[in-house]
Design a protein around this ligand. Sequence first.
Ligand code: SAH
Length: 246
Amino acid sequence: MSAKSLNVNEKEIEKFEKIASQWWDLSGDFKPLHQINPLRVQFICQHIAQQDIDTHSNNGVFDKQVIDVGCGGGILSESLAKLGAEVTGIDMGTEPLNVAKLHALETGLAINYQKITAEEKALESTGHFDVVTCMEMLEHVPDPESVIQACAALVKSGGLVFFSTLNKNIKSYLLAIVAAEKIFKLVPDGTHDHDKFIRPSQLIGWAESHELKCIDASGIHFNPLTENHKLIDSLDVNYILCCRKL
Ligand code: SAH
């Protein structure tokens, strides 16, 4: 299949290819992702543990089949694998995947990384996964609803799908584009396109039309000056959703 017929924006992929070598540099371009990662892991594990009465005694993801869609260099994939999940990470960037594979070798984690779109993977592994994570990826694809549909197809019925992205409003423009890219240069200029940000109501609507019921939502507060990060009620800027497959 040609890149054009895939749900892939080659320019977006190129941006991540160029900076992939920095993926595990804790003070580099991916510093914000490293900083919010523990909060994502906390949110994900808490919800899996709540769903699953058999897992009181563990952290929620232990032994679960997880697929991390748009895994990049593997920040979340590795955290979940360390907790005992069987993780598959998929991405359409060659360099991010190379970095992810090398890093997993260094850390001694067995993670199955593949270059494949969510849509193609959904055709070959329908209903295979207990948990699907799709973090900070929907705002980089031409058709986010198609990725949501694929995530819904990848998960087992009763399983959980987690999405995180950026809300679309003036505040997210000022914080995620003006402050993060232009003033504080936390991430490279042009990392995000405000038009591609997604309102929670829109994301929840897409999810529900593909049999994913949104059961919780949380904001992710991130203050680069105070280095303060926490889960908050407000979904104004960064947010994460937990959906259950009906
Ligand atoms: N989910 C990771 C990385 C986010 S960066 C994390 O939050 O830690 C966004 C990633 O999405 C990049 O690695 C980029 O290569 C990937 N990506 C962008 N478009 C994609 C597509 N259509 N299919 C798969 N991956 C894609």
